[in-house]
Design a protein around this ligand. Structure first.
Ligand code: SF4
Ligand code: SF4
Length: 264
């Protein structure tokens, strides 16, 4: 088959949402734009289901498959024509490699869902890609084991073909002043953008251990920590991205790391 893949990175920082696309076809692929009507949508973090800039559910059509990585029941009602599957892929990643790095895992899930790609090809791809990145053999082997478990934990849904070309979309930018550039008013460009929705792990300050030294306050790369009138830290969870720099830097280990629970 012919294949094409590309990604939109948006904010250039670790933990920020990435939207990535793959096209497969029996014939050469001439279309270059977004995939507006995907056969499959894989969501690596349930909070992204409602992200106003990612909009992963948009464009899903009858027969398309929505796979969500979640440790808890996904309480959304997609169109009844969309097939919803979910597994705790982050839990498997933590088990095999000790980190929520999901590339090999979600790739294996996608391959299995499509029914097109064998486990042998998945393993060869993971080994090849990670070796090219310079990973140690031990880390590669852990990722292979993760990919294998992910592959066998989901069922194949069979290939779903979307063949029609999408309508062209026009973005109407606004010029409110005399400037030569448009004004950016969308929530994706201001404090109204709740970047905390990207978080997988949540830092929790345990006041009984905290000495109010303020180190976490100065360490947070996002400026998400403020100090109350007594000098104790308060975390702005609307914008905390879950990088855990604060927990690492805290000399008292007063910040615990909790798995995010978006559905509770
Ligand atoms: S995890 Fe800690 S350091 Fe990272 S963004 Fe959140 S509050 Fe800041
Ligand atoms: S670094 Fe740790 S001890 Fe210091 S203020 Fe932050 S939570 Fe408290």
């Amino acid at each position: 088959m012919f294949a094409q893949d590309f990604a939109i990175y948006g904010a250039e920082r670790r933990g920020a949402p990435v939207t990535a696309f793959v096209r497969l076809s029996d014939s050469p692929i001439l279309e270059r734009g977004y995939i507006f009507n995907p056969g499959y949508v894989l969501v690596t973090e349930p909070s992204l289901l409602f992200d106003p800039t990612v909009k992963p559910l948009e464009g899903m059509e009858e027969g398309s498959v929505l796979f969500v990585n979640s440790s808890k029941e996904v309480r959304i009602i997609p169109s009844r024509r969309v097939r919803l599957l979910q597994r705790d892929i982050t839990g498997l990643a933590l088990k095999h490699i000790g980190r929520d790095v999901l590339s090999a895992a979600m790739g294996a899930v996608a391959c299995k869902l499509s029914g097109l790609i064998s486990i042998r090809s998945v393993i060869e791809s993971v080994e090849e890609e990670l070796a090219e990145l310079g990973l140690e053999q031990d880390a590669i082997e852990k990722n292979v084991q993760l990919a294998k478990e992910c592959y066998f934990t989901v069922e194949s849904t069979g290939l779903r073909s979307t063949s029609h070309m999408p309508p062209h979309r026009v973005v109407d930018v606004q010029y409110l002043g005399e400037k030569g550039v448009p004004d950016l008013l969308s929530t994706g460009n201001s404090i109204l953008r709740k970047t905390g929705s990207w978080r997988v792990f949540t830092p929790i300050v345990r006041n009984e251990l905290c000495t109010a030294c303020g180190i976490c306050y100065t360490s947070c790369p996002e400026g998400c920590i403020s100090l109350d009138e007594r000098g104790y830290p308060a975390i702005d969870y609307d914008h905390c991205k879950g990088c855990m720099v604060c927990a690492t830097e805290c000399p008292r280990k007063a910040i615990s790391v909790e798995r995010e629970a978006p559905w509770s």
